[in-house]
Design a protein around this ligand. Structure first.
Ligand code: IPE
Ligand code: IPE
Ligand code: MG
Length: 249
């Protein structure tokens, strides 16, 4: 079935400003084909390239991708090494193209504990694209929502201990500003692929009012039509933010 255009009677609907994706199902994609899990991760990188192009085409301003969670260290060392290798390859191969496409790269997650070569590549990706004004690609790497909040709380506690802040100065904005995502609007839409219905420690603070779309496809199969379908689903939602419906009278 053809997807209807994102149009309303009053003109084109604005795309969600920020789409965040939990890219899940690489391992199952590979297992279904009798392939090693790493093959699923390799194909997953291709799906990332596609998703970046789709986001630009669909007018999304911020795209966050969950690439490696704080808990993914629990996987066998060989798989962790494969995932680290793929990240390095992605940055080395794709940074020039991303830069050419005016994409700004931001990295969120804990930089401590990463090998110096990876930390260096992540810094390079951010620094080289700092002045770009197109899509912001936020890569969540070694990221956990609780760990991010914990680091923010420590930063604020230190500011209070040093006398730079009073406890009463700590409000929603101060907390949001101490998170890795400072300056990035909260996600409007969270997509999780592979049918799993959980957040897995992703953007714990920022997703308080996000809409969720669970896509049945494994991440390597997630293509432009799937992205478009998720946005269509988002446009059918009625976001109320605790107030009354903006749609019904
Ligand atoms: C997502 O695919 C990639 C990462 C978590 C890094 P998985 O590796 O989780 O694939 P499944 O869930 O085992 O199929
Ligand atoms: C979430 O997927 C993490 C990433 C996509 C990077 P997982 O596959 O690690 O999540 P769980 O373990 O199934 O909750
Ligand atoms: Mg998984």
């Amino acid at each position: 079935m053809a997807t209807p255009p994102l149009q309303s009677e009053t003109g084109p609907l604005a795309a969600p400003a920020h789409v965040a994706i939990i890219m899940d199902g690489n391992g199952r994609w590979a297992a279904r084909r009798g392939l090693p899990r790493v093959e699923g991760h390799r194909r997953g990188v291709e799906a990332v390239r596609r998703a970046v192009r789709s986001a630009i085409e669909l007018g999304v301003r911020y795209l966050t991708i969950y690439s490696f969670s704080s808990e993914n260290w629990r996987r066998p060392p060989a798989e962790v090494a494969d995932l680290m290798g793929l990240l390095k390859l992605f940055v080395r191969r794709d940074l020039t193209e991303l830069h050419r496409s005016n994409v700004r790269v931001r990295i969120i997650g804990d930089r401590e504990g990463l090998s110096p070569d990876i930390a260096g590549l992540l810094d390079e990706a951010e620094e080289r694209t700092l002045g770009n004004s197109g899509l912001t690609l936020v890569v969540a790497f070694n990221y956990g929502g609780r760990q991010e909040i914990l680091r923010a709380v420590r930063t604020l506690a230190e500011a209070v201990a040093d006398g730079r802040m009073r406890p009463a100065d700590i409000g929603i904005d101060a907390i949001a500003g101490a998170l890795d995502t400072t300056g990035i609007p909260d996600p409007d839409l969270v997509i999780r692929t592979s049918g799993e219905q959980r957040l897995s420690n992703f953007l714990t603070w920022q997703t308080a009012y996000a809409e969720y779309v669970i896509a049945p496809e494994f991440w390597p199969d997630f293509d432009h039509a799937c992205f478009r379908a998720a946005l269509d689903e988002y446009h059918r939602r009625d976001r109320r933010f605790g107030g009354l419906s903006g749609k019904a009278g």
